[in-house]
Ligand binder design. Structure first.
Ligand code: FES
Length: 267
């Protein structure tokens, strides 16, 4: 391992020709991140454009909810403010919110900066770029829009929670039923709430810009709760990502008749 002292370098720092002196498998984590994110992007893009098998009474895929256009399949929505001029998949109208929310998420930023841009790929591993400009100018300064996507994401969570409640009905629209699909939609909504409430922007909304917590006991209480969730934000980020994809997959398989939505009661 050649470390060549360079007395001309600033601060007398040694010149290290190797990219890193780490001997562990530091590349595994960024590689897994790339594989999982690319797989999700391919799957979600395919599903968003497929425009089929996203609704089967009483279940709707989170990729298509709320279904806002008049070309939504009958029964999938009661409020369709987008007229018949919209001819593309209705999923494209709402996916901008979860996409923007996750793309600008502080945790995902770290994950994809490291894995896709290698900036840097891991601790103590040199990045291939010569300059670091950070997020202080375009286009990355636009990542600051995250706080607004956070609020839009909350609205979407409310809709998906409503979808989970609606799933306590049977195929005839009668209340008092529960199926595997009900549990799937509840799990999906729960994971999305945990992901949103553990968000750094949420933590700032609860306790940011305060000089004295003692003067704001309620906000301090909420800030403490959100701070606890915040330590698990990366875990909720991945679990909710898998949750959304698996929920969509479940609804798709039921809608196309590949599997049956088993009812525990009330069918
Ligand atoms: S920081 Fe990840 S969702 Fe806000």
């Amino acid at each position: 391992m050649a470390i060549v002292p360079d007395t001309t370098a600033p601060g007398g720092r040694a010149t290290i020709p190797q990219r890193t002196l780490r001997t562990d498998k530091w590349w595994v984590q960024p590689l897994i991140t790339v594989i999982v994110l690319v797989a999700f992007i391919i799957y979600s893009t395919w599903r968003a454009f497929s425009n089929a098998n996203y609704f089967v009474e009483p279940l709707i895929s989170p990729f298509y909810s709320p279904c806002l256009a008049q070309n939504c399949v009958p029964g999938s929505s009661t409020w369709m403010p987008i007229g018949s001029w919209w001819v593309l998949s209705p999923a494209l109208l709402i996916l901008i919110i979860p996409l923007g929310f996750r793309l600008t998420c502080y945790y995902y930023r770290k994950a994809y900066y490291r894995s896709f841009w290698q900036s840097p790929p891991a601790c103590a591993v040199a990045e291939p770029h010569n300059r670091y400009t950070g997020e202080t100018r375009e286009p990355l300064i636009l990542q600051n829009i995250h706080r607004y996507f956070f609020y839009l994401g909350l609205l979407l969570n409310i809709v998906l929670t409503y979808d989970a409640i609606i799933a306590f009905r049977n195929q005839d629209g009668e209340w008092g039923a529960m199926s595997v699909g009900t549990l799937v939609l509840i799990a999906n909504a729960t994971l999305l709430w945990l992901y949103s409430l553990s968000c750094h922007s949420c933590r700032h909304a609860m306790g940011g810009r305060l000089k004295h917590f003692s003067a704001h006991p309620v906000r301090y209480k909420f800030w403490t709760l959100v701070s606890r969730l915040n330590t698990r934000h990366p875990m909720f980020a991945w679990l909710s990502l898998f949750g959304v994809a698996l929920t969509d997959l479940y609804v798709m398989l039921v809608a196309q008749g590949t599997i049956t939505n088993f009812y525990f009661f009330g069918q």
